[in-house]
Write a protein of this length. Structure first.
Length: 629
């Protein structure tokens, strides 16, 4: 294996070991500690059992009125055990979460399935009785993705393709120069000049193209139009990203330009907006769906009646159902113009997908480099689109090679990066907060610069909506940070209260809950924010989770407040850039300037905000209502 691939392989192994150790630490806590840390759900009771063949799903319900925290979510692996403890347990995967209810698919090992078949043949209850009582549901460690990433690296033969060579020994060959502006405008009438130039390189580069997309510059918009042109030339490209949210955004953008896009992956991890384009939906509406339903109906009928000697007929029906499902899946995949999938899912699906000449990667800096290598054996060309000034891969092992994304490494090797600079998202005052990062070329498109919150329907002009940027400064107030004793994540109870007040004022001004988002860098802060009554209906998410997203109004709480000026990962300028650029019309920040200004980047931001009268002290009304005591 190539030396660089060997280094990635070793780094993956070290990261897996580090995450396994952290999982063991969290799992050793008491039930109360695990629940408060988002590692376990509160005790749940089985309220319904569904069986399809040898697939079992439990509907689990928690205490009335108590929402299940999203430390565990759809697609996550879990372990279920009786509430009283003991050695009995079964693995599962979360299918859906809604309020205080969850649906979990049970994953029995082969020996257990064989015993269940014997029990069924004898007419007994095949489901262990304890699974029908109160259950302890806890996150399960699953190294599968690491294993598959390492296996993908083993498959790479460096000299087997021009793309592998370009990634391991970058040369900067971008292919032909683009035509003049007039011809580009005719080719890409929906794109601005910079987007059209970048799209040309994504279209014509022989193996590798890099595109730099600062916040709001239309990266996903550009990719959808590039994919449409590739499809028009007979390619069947892949639309890839590290996160489900980014792949969902690409899916919706492809659908908006008229492409037949198929979103592959676990249904529970696909957003509601993108589910109409999912494989599950395609299978539900396939021409074979009626035949599959007929077979399933006979299976269900046999299970309900349990006639003597039903085993042979069941096996025949299972085989028939599998054949029909395989045919339906193949039809759905081969009928699609574009396949949209995360790298994690690609490790499972790659060998089943039809050949693609080109893959495009959105939010490329978020992905660990080995993730992107999973696509290389299947494609000839790669288009990476991202922003080195936004967040990189999530890596827990300090100093790991994996902290540098592939796009960043290629930039260090002087591979040209085609820039976008016209932002189509935010008020000029919001964009000005990151002008020092992106330079004077980073400017709002016409009609964007003065977009205000009170231009939205039913929103009244007033003090709550008049400032596009507001920083509520908590310096000297005593609203100090604290550390969660279980997760060791940071939170700030005073800033939680301030965020609740800020959202309440926006709601009073007529801003809809669905037009507001509250973000914070720490998961412990997120958990406390979600418990606030004022935030009902408002999306609350970590800064990492909100990269690539946007909202009309954003409230961001920075959490850190201590006399030592310790910032931890809040000091990361890329995280600050993401925090400041999610809002379209209004950005409200909450933080302690005396602590945060220990970082030069924050100090420069505060100097800028002072010059625009965007700083307001917590000692001023209405924020002084949140002062302690």
């Amino acid at each position: 294996m190539h030396a660089h691939l060997n280094a990635l392989f070793a780094a993956l192994t070290a990261e897996e070991q580090h995450q396994r150790a952290e999982h063991q630490r969290l799992s050793s806590g008491t039930r109360a500690e695990r629940i408060s840390g988002g590692f376990s759900w509160p005790p749940l009771r089985t309220t319904d059992v569904t069986q399809r063949g040898w697939t079992w799903r439990l509907e689990l319900t928690g205490p009335k009125g108590a929402l299940l925290h999203d430390g565990i979510g759809p697609g996550d692996p879990v372990k279920l055990g009786p509430l009283g403890g003991g050695s009995r347990s079964v693995d599962g995967k979360v299918r859906d979460v809604d309020g205080n209810c969850a649906e979990v698919q049970l994953l029995f090992d082969r020996a257990t399935q064989d015993q269940m078949r014997l029990d069924a043949a004898g007419g007994g209850d095949v489901l262990p009785g304890w699974l029908r009582g109160e259950l302890d549901v806890t996150r399960r460690y699953d190294p599968t993705t690491f294993i598959r990433y390492r296996n993908s690296l083993r498959r790479i033969v460096p000299k087997s393709s021009a793309l592998a060579q370009a990634l391991l020994d970058p040369s900067g060959d971008e292919g032909p120069e683009p035509p003049d502006a007039e011809e580009l405008a005719a080719l890409w009438p929906e794109l601005d000049d910079a987007q059209a130039t970048a799209a040309w390189h994504g279209w014509k580069a022989p193996a590798l193209a890099l595109i730099h997309g600062p916040p709001g510059t239309g990266k996903t918009w550009l990719l959808a139009r590039l994919l449409k042109r590739l499809v028009g030339e007979g390619d069947r490209p892949w639309a890839l990203a590290d996160s489900n949210a980014a792949v969902d955004n690409l899916t919706l953008a492809c659908a908006a330009v008229g492409l037949r896009v198929l979103r592959l992956g676990a249904q529970g991890r696909i957003s509601a907006a993108a589910r109409p384009y999912s494989l599950d939906e395609a299978l539900r509406t396939t021409p074979l769906s009626a035949a599959i339903r007929d077979v399933q109906k006979e299976i269900d009928d046999l299970h309900s009646r349990r006639p003597r000697g039903m085993g042979r007929r069941l096996r025949e029906l299972f085989d028939a159902r599998r054949r029909l499902q395989d045919q339906a899946r193949t039809h759905a995949i081969e009928s699609a113009d574009v396949l949209a999938i995360t790298f994690g899912s690609l490790t499972r699906w790659g060998d089943e997908l039809p050949p693609a000449r080109t893959a495009v990667v959105d939010e490329a800096t978020q992905a660990m480099e080995p993730a992107i290598w999973t696509a290389v054996p299947y494609i000839d060309r790669l288009v990476l689109v991202g922003d080195p000034h936004q967040l990189g891969p999530v890596v827990t092992q300090p100093g790991s090679t994996l902290e540098q994304s592939l796009l960043d490494r290629l930039l260090d090797s002087d591979v040209p990066l085609r820039p976008l600079h016209v932002q189509h998202r935010m008020h000029a005052a919001i964009g000005a907060c990151v002008q020092d990062v992106y330079g004077d070329a980073y400017q709002p498109a016409e009609g964007i610069a003065d977009r205000a919150l009170d231009q939205l329907p039913d929103v009244t002009a007033g003090t709550a909506t008049e400032r596009p940027v507001l920083w509520i400064d908590t310096a000297g107030s005593g609203l100090d940070e604290a550390r969660d004793p279980v997760t060791m994540s940071m939170f700030n109870a005073g800033e939680v209260e301030l965020a609740g007040l800020a959202v309440a004022r926006l709601r009073e001004a007529g801003v809809r809950a669905e037009d507001i988002a509250v973000i914070a860098p720490y998961s412990a802060q997120i958990g406390r924010l979600r418990a606030r009554e004022e935030l009902a209906g408002v999306e609350v998410a970590t800064v990492n989770a909100f990269q690539g997203r946007e909202q009309e109004a954003i409230v961001c709480t920075f959490v850190r407040s201590n006399p030592r000026g310790e910032l931890g990962f809040v000091e990361d300028g890329r995280r600050l850039t993401v925090s400041l650029t999610r809002a379209r019309r209004q950005l409200i920040c909450i933080g302690d300037s005396s602590t945060l200004a220990a970082s030069p980047r924050y100090a420069a931001l505060f100097e800028h905000l002072e010059g625009t009268a965007a700083l307001q002290s917590i000692w001023e009304p209405p924020w002084n209502a949140c002062l302690p005591g």
